[in-house]
Design a protein around this ligand. Structure first.
Ligand SMILES: [Zn+2]
Ligand SMILES: [Zn+2]
Length: 146
């Protein structure tokens, strides 16, 4: 029955007032959405493979609004809106860390492949007093070790 209520709520052809009376739900139009549970969707969580759940969006919500899709198992929140805050679940954190690590490796590679050029920049910056001797020596050391 709950499933039917959800389906009818999503289908704007059904008036909410009719849904309420058909299923004997004792609440108001605007309150209905709050008591409807999240429903399972086809999509699986990209991290743990569990089924994702979606909270019903209000009928008045625009198509661009966040869709409220999440994983009950690992807490991942699927972003359907680019303006939303980033998900802080473990999977997303790991993914982000890996991306940062990859970027670092790319930059390091770039430096190694252009070592003499970077040495020149470094020396120049040092000679102009833009970086301290400490930093200069540290970076020299890194270049030496690479
Ligand atoms: Zn998950
Ligand atoms: Zn996440």
């Amino acid at each position: 029955m709950l499933y039917m209520v959800i389906e009818k709520y999503k289908n704007k052809e059904y008036r909410i007032i009719d849904i309420l009376s058909e299923y004997n739900i004792n609440t108001s139009d605007s309150e209905l959405i709050k008591i409807l549970p999240a429903f399972m969707i086809e999509e699986k969580c990209e991290y743990c493979g569990s089924n994702l759940y979606q909270k019903i969006s209000s009928r008045s919500a625009s198509d661009l609004a966040e869709k409220n899709i999440y994983c009950e198992y690992c807490g991942h929140i699927v972003s359907t809106n680019i303006f939303r805050k980033k998900c802080k679940c473990l999977g997303c954190q790991n993914k982000k860390n890996k991306e940062i690590e990859k970027k670092k490796q790319e930059i390091l590679k770039l430096i190694i492949n252009n070592e003499s050029y970077f040495r020149e920049i470094l020396k120049d910056a040092y000679n102009r007093g833009r970086i301290s001797e400490n930093i200069y020596n540290s970076i020299e050391m890194i270049l030496f070790l690479c």
